[in-house]
Design a protein around this ligand. Sequence first.
Ligand SMILES: [Zn+2]
Length: 301
Amino acid sequence: MTSLEQSGPAADDLVVPFQIEGESVRGRVVRLGPVVAEILDRHDYPEGVASLLAHALTLTAMLGTSLKFEGKLTMQAKGDGAVRTIVADYRTPGELRGWVAFHQDEYDAAVAKGVDPGREVPQLLGGGYLAFTIDQGPDTERYQGIVGLEGGTLAECAQRYFESSEQLPSAVKLSAAKVDGAWRAGGIIVQHLASPGFQQEAQDEPWREAAILMASTQDAELTNPSVTPERLLFRLFHERGVRVFEPQPLGVFCQCSRERVENILDQFSAEEMADMVVDGKITVTCEFCNTTYEFDPPAAA
Ligand SMILES: [Zn+2]
């Protein structure tokens, strides 16, 4: 446990779990610095698209760090707007990756009309769904939970997901911003601990108070490197008493390699491979990390 009043060096790329003393409320603060900058810098996404992916990575880290087993958690948002697909992966014990597919013309048109940060889901993603998939490996069945894109922001959609799929009253806040030219992101979630009578308990005063306090979190408190998660939690909940647990560090990963791409290419026929040749080469780019692999076309038979 960490002392709440101590404000140490900038705390980055970690998740801090916490529990409000004496109450059935728990939560997590996510703080992303170099990790989100590295993932976003590998792509050339426009600002609104990069910001959506930063929110998605924060949300995925928030959920992934609660997994009690080894595996992978994938968040996928599919829309019919300018932004078609957002994918964010979390792999235990704490690694992230992600990518976005979007239509540049439709995005430019949306921006020209003006995108309201509180309505970015309907204005950029449009109608569709948000899915969370948990994969514990080849011998285990996958678990998938889905909710419609029915909130103004990814945080609101996630809140609905928790309430419908997990029956956990939850409040979620996500934020992303460029600070001194580098992307940063952060988020906070508070949840009412699961119990059989949750419907009635959802009205509980302590829970409502925690949710209201949490809602007072400013965007800058989630992204500013000089505000540590401990300091934020102290400001929000010190009157109730808050217990902070060991932070969980976060990093970046990708699963691509030349060998993996080769294995995929091996599944195509010589004819299909011939169709892939551009300027005498077959070029494959990893959607996640934007690494490009070049191959010579198979020798003509
Ligand atoms: Zn990759």
